[in-house]
Design a protein around this ligand. Sequence first.
Ligand code: XUL
Ligand code: CO
Length: 437
Amino acid sequence: MAEYFPGVSKIEFGGPKSKNPLEFKHYNADEVVAGKTMRDHLRFSVAYWHTFTNPLSDPFGVGTAKRPWDDGTTGVAGAINRVRGAFEFMEKLGVPFYAFHDRDVAPEGKTLKESHANLDAIAKVLKEEQARTGIKLLWGTANLFSNPRYMHGAATSPNFDAFAFAGAQVKKALEVTHELGGAGYTFWGGREGYSTLYNTDIKREIDHLGRFLHMAVDYKKQIGFQGTFYIEPKPKEPTKHQYDSDAAACLNFLRSYDLTSHFKLNIEANHATLAGHEMMHELEVAVAADALGSIDANTGDPMLGWDTDQFPTNIYLTAQCMLVILKMGGFSTGGINFDAKVRRESFEPIDLFHAHIGGMDAFARGLKIAHAIREDGRLAAFVAERYSSWNGDLARKVESGKATLADLEAYIAPKGEAAANPSGRQEMLENLINEFI
Ligand code: XUL
Ligand code: CO
């Protein structure tokens, strides 16, 4: 078999003092932190679409990416070469998972039938490579946004045939994900939103999305797929307004359509930013609803303001993510999927290694920092103390739904005024976090 990255051997842990760009400085897969190996805490995944399929084009220019398997072979044969290259890359990097859309791994055919056959042919090779390397599928998904048939949306399209095509595509993608032992399946509503309200019936579109997801749940049961279903929030791009705009909107949608027990959220860092939230906010909102499933790890550029999908290198971001994930008790089926791409100028194969090594190191540091903050205990103690007035009898009655407004009046009236408020100590807490960074 051809070797596509001949100059690169397995990426090893070199330690914080290493100056080798092809060594991990912080990610040490077997190192145990808080009772678990880093590998099991972080459950890293490579995004097939960005790392292996994306040509690195932008609206102003063609793709620049040089990919070693790309010798001009097209169709299924070209896609098979890419699978081999992808698994060589992931094996050398040492990641346990990957994620894909149907159309990233296999080319779309002229008909649905042909597309299904192409996907089947590639799934066979994916299965073979998974068995050879032990690398697993974190989640699969269907691309319901690139083909022009989905210009008005897929599950929310006014064109019923587009809706039907999307259903058939999801059915197949679910079968393939199941066949490959996927730990999950993600629904990101690519064009499920609108560009103008003048031509849009919001109520009907959202109802259709609810029906669509119920049909997916039914089919999941029918084929016995045990993986987790995720919804991935994003507020805009490509549409002006996406229905799954943020974690709160997704949770509200899931509750309205009686889908909460069937879905968790896959929270993406740069989507949070685009929604005007911090990633930590989105994660906390999801955890509060017992709905945090997985993470798409990336970052945006505040100077640019669109979905730049850059690799995460900011230690505050990764430490905040890991604080929430450790608090939740860790991932079950989810993981940290690098939904990130190298810059158009970083077109060489070796850049793919640098990018992933950097992201993995940033999260490894985030994990260690978050664990140290939790061990130290001052942050959690401060929060517990801040709410300590809720430990009294009446407050407990309120929390358990057993108190009335009259009870509140009877309690507070004799006091005449509420107890004085303590300081929120934001600056002190920010300094505390900096002790660990
Ligand atoms: C788009 C995005 C997608 C989903 C999968 O912004 O994040 O790649 O993660 O469809
Ligand atoms: Co994503």
